[in-house]
Design a protein around this ligand. Structure first.
Ligand SMILES: *Cc1c(COP(=O)(O)O)cnc(C)c1O
Length: 227
């Protein structure tokens, strides 16, 4: 089932790319493996997945000790500073950086490992109270500047979560806000390339709005039993 689901998702990504004139190679599919056991993850890897995403720090640490291979780990969840130690060794990208305190700790721990850590800033583009992320342009520019001046941080792009709604135009506005912010940063001397946006329910819209990293769980693995 997972192999079939993967094919379906990949075909939809390809179709969306054709629809909006983008290259499939610009878009990274991150299989979000939270709550999935190792044997299930291995099926996805056998199916050609090259990027895995986790949203709990200890879960990433534990899984990264059990599997390795030709793929990259993405930490996509909200991260507390005191848990950076669990993800810093294995995470190729940390997606949801939303405070100077967190960026500082990631920089410090990366320095100890002699690592340039790729990170994305999480932008809050909806009014949902449960979502984390930076809200004002001032906050975003301040944190971007902090990252630029941190020797072990590589600011790769922005990440956002659209509100959970059926309303396509609300989702689109949310993604567009992220893209506009990235363009604004790039107009101010930054060189961000990545837009991490799009999940099971909205990834086709995200592709149309410029996403380069899709974080997809349910469409590949089915419904999660626990969350
Ligand atoms: C769980 C999760 C996803 C994947 O969600 P699906 O709707 O299952 O595709 C993406 N991003 C983050 C941050 C998540 O926690």
């Amino acid at each position: 089932m997972i192999a079939e689901n993967l094919k379906i998702v990949e075909n939809k990504i390809a179709e969306s790319c054709i629809k909006c004139g983008r290259e499939k190679s610009e878009i990274r599919l991150i299989a979000v493996t939270k709550t999935q056991p190792i044997d299930v993850i291995k099926i996805a890897l056998d199916g050609g997945v090259k990027n895995l995403g986790e949203n709990k720090a200890q879960e990433l640490r534990d899984k990264s000790e059990l599997i390795s291979g030709d793929f990259q780990w993405h930490f996509v969840g909200h991260l507390q500073s005191n848990k950076v130690k669990y993800v810093i060794k294995s995470a190729d990208f940390i997606h949801a950086v939303d405070s100077i305190k967190l960026a500082e700790e990631i920089n410090r721990r990366s320095g100890q490992l002699n690592k340039m850590q790729k990170i994305l800033l999480e932008i809050k583009t909806s009014d949902e109270e449960t979502k984390f992320g930076l809200q004002t342009e001032d906050e975003i520019f301040k944190l971007a500047e902090f990252c630029k001046n941190s020797s072990n941080l590589n600011l790769a792009g922005l990440m956002t979560m659209a509100p959970f709604t059926e309303n396509e135009s609300i989702i689109r506005i949310s993604f567009r806000r992220s893209r506009n912010l990235m363009e604004k940063l790039n107009g101010n001397g930054y060189q961000l390339k990545e837009l991490s946006m799009g999940m099971t329910n909205d990834y086709e819209i995200a592709i149309e709005e410029g996403s380069t990293m899709l974080r997809i769980g349910t469409a590949i693995f089915g419904d999660r039993i626990i969350n």
